[in-house]
Design a protein around this ligand. Structure first.
Ligand SMILES: [Zn+2]
Length: 169
């Protein structure tokens, strides 16, 4: 898992009309900047120049779909004002830096982009499809993401989970 906490929202949850959640929301039991976030798999880290609170790992070979590349997207790693909790070794502009599974990437935060209306402390994590040119697709659209269940080996999509809270076996 990329972090610890309560898996409060799963893939395909719908908490606004016409919106389908593209990943997992994992709520750590601490204040901001305290619950560690790790690389879930060996990959190559990217952080765009204007990303205060996000990073993405390129996984050249999808372990479940050989020959396909996927991306792991991490979000909310900053405080409400955008003070980043991403490790200093991965500054904005980081491009294709190898990180082994288990590498500390940063800490959960509550950054939403709107300082007066932050989110609750959590990590948003999604598995994103590659574009035909090898970049990552827009992860806010669920059809650009993959159901995380088969990757983690337990049910993490709305259809299977329903109103229950998933528990890592
Ligand atoms: Zn989310």
């Amino acid at each position: 898992m990329p972090t610890s906490g309560l898996i409060g929202y799963v893939w395909d949850d719908s908490f606004r009309s016409l919106h389908h959640h593209s990943g997992l929301d994992i709520f750590g039991p601490t204040r901001i900047g305290e619950t560690p976030v790790y690389a879930a798999y060996d990959g190559y880290l990217h952080r765009e120049q204007d990303w205060e609170a996000s990073l993405i790992l390129r996984i050249p070979e999808d372990p479940l779909r050989p020959g396909e590349q996927i991306w792991l997207y991490y979000k909310h790693l900053a405080d409400a004002d955008g003070l980043s909790f991403i490790e200093p070794g991965f500054p904005p502009g980081t491009h294709d830096v190898f990180v082994a599974a288990g590498t500390l990437l940063g800490y959960q935060g509550n950054y939403s982009g709107d300082p007066i209306n932050p989110v609750g402390v959590h990590l948003h994590f999604s598995i994103v499809r590659s574009s035909s040119s090898g970049g990552y697709l827009n992860e806010t659209e669920i059809h650009n993401t993959l159901d995380p269940s088969p990757y983690f080996g337990f049910a993490l999509n709305q259809k299977s989970v329903g109103d229950r809270i998933p528990v890592c076996p």
